[in-house]
Design a protein around this ligand. Sequence first.
Ligand code: UD1
Ligand code: UDP
Length: 359
Amino acid sequence: MPADVLHVTGARPNFPKAAPVIRALDALGVQQQLVHTGQHYDEKMSDVFFHQLGLPEPDINLGVGSGSHARQTAAIMTGLEDLMLAERPQLVVVYGDVNSTVAAALVGAKIGVRSAHVEAGLRSFDLTMPEEINRMVTDRLASLLFATSPDAIAHLAREGVDPDAIHLVGNPMIDTLLANLDRFDAAAARAAHDLEGRYAVATLHRPANVDDPADASNLTTALHAVADQVQIVLPLHPRGRASLEAAGLFEHPGINVVDPLGYVEFMGLVRGADAVVTDSGGVQEETTILGVPCLTLRPNTERPVTITHGTNQLVTREGLAVAVKGVLDAGRASTWPVPPLWDGKAGPRIAEVIARELG
Ligand code: UD1
Ligand code: UDP
């Protein structure tokens, strides 16, 4: 029997977003298929999420691997076109802003399969980010747009999207966080990384921070200045490993560079941290809910709600050490506002809308 819904995932941030949606659709008896494009393929970038989050094994893995934007996106599109023509799902569900997301929306649009975009309407207004291009194109093509925050609705409205297609549902990334909160063991993370006293966690992988040797060098200087104040654990995304190593990042004794961590181990580490330094989208959201001060090394964010309602602030490389000192001196806030509907129920809200659409 053909599946009603085809989920397309491929990169690390897709997996915690898809898990609650798949579970909630399952509970409603919707027939589903899960595609992994193979955009991410290392065990720690992919498999570990399937095991830890109880995601079903993908029905199909396209195994596209790494490549330039055009090559990777084209390989995903070619694989998905064959699959979707054969399977003819009623709806393809795509997540976030990675190349796998936009590729699936494009294929669906060309062959007449409607798409639903989970995490629609986020905008950094920075077209130098590949993700911003992916977001805009995906939203333009989607028939159902699931927004995580009110600002996203405003952006979509301004772009002329039919209001009936937009649904403010909350944040499925936060569903996954809240569902697994009991497993985030800060003491175990301290022991695993030999940490005593205060510590910061850093994750950095944006092209603007790590690709160019000059940027990698500036980032290294900034992180070394932080490591003079507080020890840092840095689970390093493979993208920046070579450039940051060449820039001398690993040489400071206060920086412990480790491989990417499994979701549960990573969140345990973040939960106990005194500060997080990041350019990740998801980490800005997770620290918002955990109440951990987050310093985002970017000139902009498509997630302003994590600043207005959370613990996030944008910082420059030059200003990072002072900003870290500021949050260490201030300590963690005891209360802070949380974005509307980030309550762990986004998956069921999305599933309800999809089930209604499927009739
Ligand atoms: C992608 C997303 C980005 C997201 C990030 C999450 C796009 C355009 N970018 O960036 O939005 O924030 O994932 O992690 O989709 N590599 C490995 N092993 C892997 C995967 C990648 O070694 O399992 C290395 C390869 O050298 C590859 C590089 O990382 O060339 C970049 O991978 P890619 O998927 O192209 O982009 P990301 O930087 O991971
Ligand atoms: N994450 C993880 N281990 C790590 C780093 C990140 O489990 O070592 C998780 C974390 O939950 C984060 C998610 O992976 O929110 C997606 O991370 P990434 O920064 O790769 O993607 P982005 O959100 O920037 O697109």
